[in-house]
Design a protein around this ligand. Sequence first.
Ligand code: HEC
Length: 191
Amino acid sequence: MIPYALSLLAAFLVLWVPVSESDHDAYRERGTAITDAAQKLLQRELSAAMQAGGPPTAVAYCHSRAQQVMDSISAATGVQVRRVTDRARNEMDRPQTEAEESVLRMLTSAYDGPSETIIETDGPLVHYYRPILIKEPCLACHGTPGETISAETMDVIKEAYPNDQATGYRVGDLRGMWHLTLKRDDAGDGH
Ligand code: HEC
């Protein structure tokens, strides 16, 4: 845990551009508003698909729609929106930069409950990270095969994602994190 925390701290110090606390608060607010909205949108579409045909239909829905939802939010807000995880279902959600890797490692190893957001500045960019936790309804597709995940659902998952690693979670586990990349003036504070 400590080496990752230290490397994160080192990266943070190198990249650090002074911004006032109130700027941080503005980016935090904006990031939280966007991830709240994204979460709600995914949730709404997911429960509609679940009602229409249960988990197998909903898996097919996520397969075709989840990345599109992310892209449309990025297009609408001008903020790059990603979900990142160390146990990926969709390969695109693996860490793609060293910063993503180290923040994720830090959250994974140090995680003990609170859903703290992290703000980092990097030149003209601001990175916003927020943990994603497993809740009860997630277990139908991210829990234990044969227990919370039906055989039928598992078949659909395996077919769409042959290298799936996103099972075996329990309620409260860290599933991954949101990573938003904002431009320095995206919080609308004129800086
Ligand atoms: C009906 C099945 C289903 C349910 C229920 C479900 N997921 Fe997923 N989840 C998926 C699928 C399928 C993907 C891959 C989506 C894609 O291709 O982008 C996925 C991807 C993800 C990802 C992106 C990382 C990755 O591994 O690709 C996160 C984070 C995630 N789910 C969290 C959750 C959380 C938290 C819940 C509960 C609130 C939940 N999921 C409920 C099926 C489900």
